[in-house]
Design a protein around this ligand. Structure first.
Ligand SMILES: *[C@@H]1O[C@H](CO)[C@@H](O)[C@H](O)[C@H]1NC(C)=O
Ligand SMILES: *[C@@H]1O[C@H](CO)[C@@H](O)[C@H](O)[C@H]1NC(C)=O
Length: 422
């Protein structure tokens, strides 16, 4: 029985892993944004809004009782209510296994999930047949807020984490993300904490009009593949004032992401803000319109990074703008790496087929801990086009930092430290 279950888990997870990142799909269509022009910072009960407390569905806040059924029953009541409704998770500790918050819902918009207490994941990985922990799916008008915490209990799972990012074979199983948003439109995810996920903290896919604000995300420096906020196949995603301390990318953006804004992110420890890797799969949808503004990266291995696979599939990364970025002891502050995960001696023999264009770095300042502060390694077959650097001021202790450029002729403006490529 146990073995059969585990095999089933493996098959299901594998199927999910390849559909999430692998299959050619369309970008979602956004439709009108229901929060546009509204003050989203304030959460007040709407007149007549009914509060459904998970305690009244049988949850126990003792950190031991399995509250999965209570949460599911509570969600169903909220989702299918005739009046405005919210699900309340009060103070206390609630153990919950893998589950869906699935729509479509009939309740008037938006639907609120208010988390005050701590939601704790179960640790038996064989229960995660859905591939993720908490899955929000097919919901329009979702608010998830309340100051509470999602604890993925990742510590026991990390030793089994497979490195799917660097695996060219696609045979690996991604660990469950804590908060997985699939086909969610008009979402506001605000003022919650995520600690120690088994896999990614927050995963947004096939979604549109998503705001992610004031999250506090943390996991140890050495925790494997614990990306902070991962975005694919989504349109109009705005991240603001999030604080991410984690073991992998603070934010990672892959295929099919369009119109993504990252404002006032504080990142570190972690691997920085990454676009990519791109070109791993066939028929990837381009990444375009990404703006990263007023962010601070501290003690991260990378700062602003675009990474693409060599010798694999075509792809496109275009209209990417970074401005007003502070680096504190960052290893690779500015890096375009089209030789991702490649043996340096062989890379340029089979260049990347991903086209990178219209990339601007402006007002990037601070300190680096490695000599190459600006590292632009583009594809020999498709050199990067229109890469601009304006007012770059990166110091490597008392020594001068340097720039490296291949298959790119950057356009420079203003101060350049390190000096421009010759
Ligand atoms: C981009 O997304 C923002 C919300 O993050 C939205 O206000 C804006 O209209 C979008 N831009 C386009 C061109 O759709
Ligand atoms: C963004 O950063 C720039 C340069 O550091 C600063 O002048 C500006 O006030 C910042 N904007 C916000 C909204 O914090």
């Amino acid at each position: 029985m146990a073995i059969a279950k585990r095999i089933c888990v493996v098959i299901l997870c594998f199927a999910l892993a390849c559909c999430v990142d692998g299959k050619p799909r369309k970008r979602p269509v956004a439709g009108p944004d229901i929060y546009k022009g509204k003050n989203v910072a304030k959460d007040v009960l709407a007149p007549g809004e009914k509060v459904h407390n998970v305690m009244s569905f049988g949850a126990k806040a003792d950190g031991k009782f399995d509250c999965t059924q209570a949460f599911m029953d509570g969600w169903r009541a909220v989702c299918h209510s005739k009046q405005r409704s919210r699900l309340l998770i009060p103070a206390g500790k609630f153990v919950v296994s893998s589950m869906f918050f699935a729509g479509p819902c009939e309740a008037p918009l938006p639907i609120t999930i208010q988390v005050v207490g701590t939601v704790v994941a179960t640790t038996d990985i064989s229960e995660y047949v859905n591939g993720e922990w908490l899955i929000f799916q097919n919901v329009v008008g979702l608010k998830l807020l309340g100051g509470g915490t999602f604890d993925g209990m990742g510590k026991k799972a990390w030793q089994f984490t497979e490195n799917c990012k660097a695996d060219p074979t696609d045979q690996c199983i991604r660990s469950p993300s804590s908060l997985y948003f699939n086909k969610v439109h008009d979402a506001l995810i605000q003022n919650i904490k995520s600690v120690n996920p088994k896999g990614f903290h927050v995963f947004v896919t096939n979604s549109a009009n998503v705001r992610v604000r004031l999250l506090k995300i943390s996991a140890p420096d050495a925790s494997p593949n614990t990306d902070g906020i991962h975005i694919s196949h989504s349109i109009n995603v705005k991240l603001s004032k999030n604080v991410v301390e984690t073991g992998d990318d603070c934010v990672s953006i892959i295929q099919g992401a369009t119109n993504v804004t990252i404002n006032k992110l504080t990142c570190g420890p972690g691997h920085g803000i990454s676009i990519g890797s791109i070109g791993k799969y066939l028929d990837e949808i381009p990444v375009r319109d990404v703006r990263v503004k007023n962010c601070t990266l501290s003690g991260t291995s990378n700062g602003l990074r675009i990474k693409t696979w060599p010798a694999r599939n075509p792809g496109e990364v275009t209209d990417i703008h970074y401005s007003d970025i502070i680096m504190e002891n960052v290893k690779n502050p500015i890096i375009i790496d089209q030789e991702y995960n490649c043996d340096p001696a062989n890379c340029q023999k089979k260049p990347s087929l991903v086209k990178v264009s219209n990339v601007g770095f402006s007002n990037v300042r601070g300190t680096t801990i490695s000599p190459i502060a600006v590292d632009l390694r583009c594809s020999k077959q498709f050199p990067c086009k229109n890469v601009r650097l304006d007012n770059i001021n990166l110091k490597f202790g008392l020594k001068p930092a340097t720039s490296r450029c291949s298959n790119v002729k950057p356009i420079y403006g203003g101060l350049q430290s390190p000096a421009a490529c010759a």
